[in-house]
Design a protein around this ligand. Structure first.
Ligand code: FAD
Length: 401
């Protein structure tokens, strides 16, 4: 085997690529494994920019891939954190219904919990007050005791170091350009050959897959998640995690309040349609050609108005204005004021897979394969929570023997 050839080559050093490398190293200790990334370090995109919540799995009906890997993935992530001294706390979460239309979803979430064997139950106003004294009483509420918060950055750093120790080679600044021929890719720094390739390129997974003749019916569309933070004097208003009841037709959970592992309290994230797959600032990360393509997709979704997309886009874009963000937070925490919320640079992009043929947002994980490659096309939330179990599922689904 030459220097530039690998038994297994992984594109993307986010949590999905890292856990796939970990899974492969566990199964095939002597295999030569390479992880290539266009950046100079791991976890610089979604995996290092998320809310750091380990979800319980209550949102997903039992027939989904998400349900199959979320709770078990959270357990494995917690075990990894314990083994490696990574801060992680099972702080629990309340989900509060603030309008009549949320009530059927409350029932559905409790059914999901039942079906998926997850601990969660309805709580009354008094119990809610004991758990989160400043939260709105709402019309109904659920308590999920197993929701946890974790230091995502520490997970990424530890896993990267561990894989390096185990002999996995990281190829930094190796952006994927194209598949040259079977078993050979062109990168920003020359050619690499592989026996089997795993495409875990997050927001660019569709672009990589298209080079393999796959993902013809799909495109990833970016949604921007921005956050505000509570000033230290207001942090006591939130003990752990306060979430709204989500619109289960959409893959986003709504603006929530999370006391992260450092003790800071974040409010967010939004799901604002963005003009670039790495458009973290107002204009930062917008590339003209990509913006035209993404703008076209968003315009079609807006005009088609499936899932009430137009209303969602208006509501989300309005959150660029602090006033509207404060109103969203006040639905859960009435006593919060505009002065309590301070700006933070924390922002992430959720790349959402759109099925172009059916004109719908894909809600579950999707894999596609060739004989020598597997492509992870929709690694949306809770892919961080799920990652260790998700990686096992990805490798099981592949043509790796
Ligand atoms: C704001 C926000 C909040 C979230 N909150 C949570 C949460 O609380 N809990 C949870 O479980 N999940 C959460 N998620 C979702 C979770 O973070 C993602 O599902 C997960 O991180 C996806 O991991 P990934 O490895 O697929 O993608 P990424 O972390 O984006 O990694 C993809 C990697 O591929 C690389 N890459 C891309 N293109 C190329 C190329 N052409 N060549 C080489 N490399 C390339 C990138 O540089 C990157 O390193 C959140 C996401 C966001 C954005």
């Amino acid at each position: 085997m030459t220097e530039n050839s690998y038994d297994y080559l992984i594109v993307g050093a986010g949590i999905v690529g890292l856990t796939v490398a970990h899974e492969l190293k566990t199964r095939f200790p002597s295999a030569k494994i390479g992880v290539m990334d266009k950046e100079a370090n791991s976890g610089l995109h979604a995996s290092g920019r998320n809310s750091g919540v380990l979800h319980s799995g209550i949102y997903y009906s039992s027939d989904t891939l998400k349900a199959k890997v979320c709770a078990v993935g959270a357990k494995r992530m917690t075990a990894f954190a314990q083994e490696h001294g990574i801060p992680c706390s099972k702080s629990g979460k309340v989900i509060i219904a603030t309008s009549e239309k949320d009530l059927p979803t409350v029932e559905r979430l409790l059914r999901n919990a039942d079906d998926n064997g997850i601990r969660a139950w309805r709580i009354d106003e008094k119990e809610l007050h004991e758990i989160e004294p400043y939260a709105v009483p709402g019309l109904a509420a659920i308590y999920s005791p197993d929701t946890a918060v974790i230091d995502s950055r520490a997970v990424i750093n530890r896993l990267t170091a561990l894989l390096e120790q185990q002999g996995v080679q990281f190829l930094w600044r190796h952006g994927f350009r194209e598949l040259r021929r079977s078993g050979e890719v062109v990168t920003d720094q020359g050619k690499l050959s592989f026996g089997y390739l795993f495409n875990c390129a997050g927001a660019y997974a569709d672009v990589v897959a298209k080079s393999f003749g796959l993902a013809g019916d799909y495109a990833l569309v970016p949604f921007k998640g921005i956050y505000w933070k509570l000033r230290p004097e207001a942090e006591h208003l939130v003990r752990a995690n306060i979430y709204p009841v989500p619109d289960i037709e959409l893959p986003f959970l709504g603006v929530h309040l999370t006391r992260v592992i450092s003790g800071d309290v974040y409010v967010g994230p939004t799901a604002i349609p963005a003009l670039g797959r790495e458009n973290y600032g107002l204009i930062q990360g917008i590339r003209p050609r990509e913006a035209i393509d993404v703008g076209y997709r968003l315009a079609r979704m807006y005009l088609g108005n499936r899932y009430n997309f137009r209303r969602m886009a208006h509501l989300e874009l309005a959150k660029y204005m602090k006033h509207n963000f404060v109103l969203a937070a006040q639905r859960l925490l009435p006593s919060i004021t505009s002065e309590d919320m301070i700006p933070t640079p924390k922002a992430g992009i959720r790349p959402q897979l759109v099925n172009l043929r059916e004109g719908k947002l894909e809600m579950d994980y999707i894999f596609q394969h060739t004989d020598h490659s597997t492509h992870v096309l929709n690694a949306i939330s809770p892919a961080f929570t799920s990652s260790f179990a998700f990686a096992e599922m990805i490798v099981n689904s592949s043509n790796v023997v």
